[in-house]
Design a binder for this molecule. Structure first.
Ligand SMILES: [Mn+2]
Length: 288
């Protein structure tokens, strides 16, 4: 059992996120997020040197076995880690932060808050299902929201984190949809409707998208290698690229412009949980 660390220590472990501003809008001048946890000046009492990465959990009340597996993961594996990064699609869908009072959501929020209170740092990136998660949820769950993409340093190695949907450029219909729903004005208008109306709309959008997906080829729904290469170039060849979204867990070696890089694809949690665990010796994908 890991004892909760005192508050001041937990605060001192928080990275300075004030310079977060990485986006595709300014790829020529990427800023490095100040998340170099390998700095020797950090307290030695951190329970572990391990960073965990998960994505595509698609949590919802109708898949209780996955919720149980996830809560167990938080209480055991994640409890021993230094930080947990959730790279999008934590929830099957998110209709807006006014839905945090829902009993199912409260259960997840409580689990995150409990974990964060032990000193484990929690980070969340939007996926294509839960991009409406906002500050109210993050404050309640004690999670820091990250931009997509975000560059971090893990044990001296640069790792670029993203959800991955942005890289599926062959799927032009999806990219057009993405542009629409990520537009601030669209979101403002959508959120101005009642929670009930929004949920109904999401169900209808999802039904439509599932129908479309069944007619798309597997290749169209995977990442486009030119898009991957362009991203790696824009961020000055980070040693690691970690993303989810495609539900094709794998490790890909990339050689580009004389640089060796590894692209890790995280698995989804539809049938079984899985995570990527990175420490000073490297990364390992583990299935629960
Ligand atoms: Mn996704």
């Amino acid at each position: 059992m890991v004892q909760p660390r005192d508050k001041s220590e937990a605060d001192s472990l928080k990275p300075d996120l004030s310079h977060l501003g990485l986006s595709h809008a300014e790829p020529s001048q990427p800023k490095l997020q100040l998340t170099d946890f390998s700095s020797p000046s950090l307290p030695k009492t951190a329970s572990s040197d391990t960073y965990l990465f998960i994505s595509d959990l698609h949590l919802c009340a109708s898949r209780p076995h996955i919720t149980i597996a996830f809560l167990d993961f938080l209480e055991t594996t994640a409890l021993k880690a230094k930080a947990l990064y959730i790279l999008g699609d934590l929830f099957e869908y998110w209709a807006g932060d006014d839905d945090i009072d829902d009993a199912f959501h409260q259960q997840i929020i409580l689990a995150f808050k409990t974990l964060a209170n032990t000193g484990v740092q929690l980070f969340l990136m939007h996926g294509n299902r839960d991009f409406l998660i906002s500050q109210r949820f993050c404050t309640a769950a004690k999670i820091t929201l990250l931009n997509d993409p975000t560059l971090v340093v893990l044990h001296g190695k640069k790792a670029l984190l993203c959800h991955g949907d942005d890289l599926c450029t062959d799927d032009t219909a999806y990219q057009n949809f993405r542009l629409q729903v990520r537009d601030k004005n669209w979101q403002k208008e959508f959120l101005s409707q009642s929670l009930e109306t929004r949920k109904k709309q999401i169900v209808s959008i999802r039904t439509h998208s599932e129908q479309e997906k069944s007619q798309k080829s597997a290749q169209i729904m995977d990442v486009n290698s030119d898009a991957v290469n362009a991203l790696l170039q824009a961020y000055h060849y980070p040693e690691l690229l970690i993303h989810g979204h495609t539900h094709r867990p794998n490790q890909h070696q990339i050689q580009l412009d004389g640089h060796d890089m590894t692209r890790w694809v995280l698995g989804d949690w539809y049938e079984q949980g899985s995570y990527l665990s990175c420490d000073q010796y490297g990364c390992q994908d583990i299935r629960l």
